[in-house]
Structures are given as C-alpha cells and as structure tokens.
Design a protein around this ligand. Structure first.
Ligand code: NDP
Length: 288
C-alpha cells in the first residue's frame, strides 16, 4: 500500500515461531488496503528466548498492536501491562493492544467464534456440546460462558484435560458444565442448541470423521467447526445434509482478524474482502 510522503505507516503485525507462510497477513493487509488505510501488518519470526526483547522493541517503535501465536501465547503475559477479561480467565493471549502507553493482552480466538455464532444465534441460555478441551476449545468455552451460555458439555478423549476445562468453567466463569469422556460415537442429546468441533480432527483432511452419531444432529441445532482448512469438513457436510445451520472455521479465523482490527483501529472491517483474501492465500479460492 502506498504511504503518502512524509507520513509513517501505523504498525501492526504478528509474532510467532514458524511464522513463514502465515495466511492471515494477506487477509489483514487486504482489509487495510480496502479501507484506504496506510497501516501495515508485519509477519515476524521470534524465538522464545528473544520474546522479552521483541516486545520491548515493538513497544519502542510504537506498534499499535500485534497478534501472537505459538509458542508465545502464555509467556507473552509476563511482558504486558494488563489483560482483558477473557484472556485473564484463559491465561492465554493471542492479540496485544496498545491502549495509551499500556500493552494489554486480549484473546480473539473465542471472540472470533462468538462473532460468527452471533450471526446465527444468541448463545444466552443455550445448551452447548463442545468436542475438545485444548486451546481452541478453552477460548470458545470461556467466551460462550461470559456471553451467558446456559450449559456447556465438554466431550474429550483425555479425561484430565477435559476435567481441567470443566473446572475452569465452573470455578472461574460460574457456568454449569460437565465432562463426558469420549468413547466411540458420541450421541448428541436432542436438547443441544449448539454443537462445536474444537478438536484438530479434520485439519487438512476433508474426509476425517469426527466420532459422533450423525443421526443425532437435528435441524434446529447450530453446528460449528473450528477447522478452517479445508472449510467444508465432513462434519459441516453431514450437518448441512441434516438441515442444521453451520459455521465453518474459516469464518472464525476471518472474524478473529476483524476483532483484532476493531481492537487496534476502532473500525469494523469488511469481512467479505478479508475472507476472499484468506481463501486466496490458502489456495481455496473458488472452493465451496
Ligand atoms: P490442542 O492441541 O490444544 O487440542 C487438540 C484437541 O483435539 C484436544 O482436545 C485433543 O484431545 C483433541 N483431539 C485431537 N485428535 C483427536 C482424536 N483423534 N480424537 C479425539 N480427540 C482428538 O489444539 P488447539 O485447541 O490449539 O487447536 C485445535 C484445532 O483448532 C486446530 O486444528 C486448529 O487449527 C484449530 N483452530 C482454529 C482456529 C480458527 O480460527 N478457525 C483458531 C484456533 C485453532 P486430547 O485432549 O484427548 O488430546
């Protein structure tokens, strides 16, 4: 993007290890270009031992904010001045926002999901079945609980990880929650309103099957998948075939970017432009 002579661009970006090929760079820069903003989004490789210096450097040169990905989501907290509500509950930050002179850690993983979900249903009072208990599941569950979800059933293969999430939800956010250990095909109870795959099953494999009984999905349920590549997972296709409303993982990723831009710049970017740029960067353009 051309920057008028005499003006410095506003800086945002991403820090991670293994940063090369991050497809969200194209998505966020497309939004800046579309809205005619002389902002930049810079993709930066940062090793764990350099994290402290990297954050000091970004602070010194006036970055307006930056995303942080693996392996910095927890360790970055030591270098920040405060945390947003959900990031504090999760103990993980993936988006840093400059507010005055302070760097505040936020978490957009769950907020991106919630923004996608709200286009279909208000989660207040809803009964949720959540598959998985890793980082994505934790972020989604905490945001759903803060948004007033009525009950969250966590279905996870490993009981210890599942227990940890259920305890966090009950003790830190005060939502009714229970763990179901995942053994064989899970039958989704008929009173579930929202069903979410937050495991890594389906990543890079459109035919990978989530162990659930597809016939237990009913048309009045909203079914979401965190997997963005490919976006049309087997779960999404099965749920569509049963008449459910569906949300794919690409929408969640786009909305994470939109939430970050809103935090940094205070505008709501055009998510259609962002999705098209992301699809192109992932080589998915034309797929549907
Ligand atoms: P984690 O490694 O933290 O967690 C993985 C989860 O998947 C665990 O609950 C694990 O269960 C479960 N799991 C993995 N394989 C299986 C299996 N074969 N059977 C049953 N359960 C399984 O990963 P994250 O939570 O960080 O990420 C999960 C997925 O979410 C990734 O694919 C990632 O790409 C996607 N994601 C998408 C985002 C988006 O914006 N669309 C944002 C963030 C993540 P167990 O505890 O038993 O090991």
């Amino acid at each position: 993007m051309a920057t008028p002579n005499g003006f410095l661009p506003e800086l945002t970006g991403s820090i991670s290890q293994g940063a090369a090929g991050n497809p969200t760079v194209a998505m966020i820069e497309a939004a800046y270009a579309h809205h005619g903003l002389p902002w930049r989004y810079v993709n930066m490789e940062v090793a764990p031992e350099d994290l402290r210096d990297a954050v000091r450097g970004l602070r010194a040169v006036g970055f307006r904010g930056f995303n942080c990905s693996l392996p910095h989501k927890v360790t970055v907290i030591d270098h920040l001045d405060g945390l947003g509500e959900s990031a504090a509950v999760m103990g993980a930050v993936n988006c840093v926002v400059r507010r005055g002179e302070r760097l505040i850690g936020e978490n957009t993983d769950g907020k991106g999901f919630l923004k996608s979900l709200r286009a279909q249903v208000d989660p207040r009072g809803c009964s949720v079945v959540l598959f998985g208990a890793g980082g994505a599941a934790r972020a989604i569950a905490v945001e759903l609980a803060l948004a007033g979800a009525g009950h969250i059933t966590v279905v996870n293969r490993s009981a210890s990880r599942g227990d940890e999430l259920v305890t966090l939800l009950r003790d830190r956010v005060g939502v009714a929650s229970e763990l179901v250990e995942w053994r064989g095909d899970h039958v989704v109870p008929p009173d579930a309103d929202i069903v979410i795959n937050a495991t890594s099953i389906g990543l890079y494999d459109a035919d990978a099957r989530l162990p659930i009984e597809p016939a237990s999905l009913r048309p009045d349920m909203v079914v979401a998948d965190v997997i963005g590549n490919p976006p049309r997972t087997r779960l999404i296709r099965d749920a569509e075939a049963r008449g459910c409303r569906v949300l794919d993982g690409l929408g969640m990723l786009v909305n994470q970017g939109a939430v970050a831009i809103r935090f940094w710049m205070g505008i709501d970017p055009d998510s259609g432009i962002m999705r098209r740029a992301l699809e192109q960067a992932l080589g998915l353009a034309g797929e549907r």
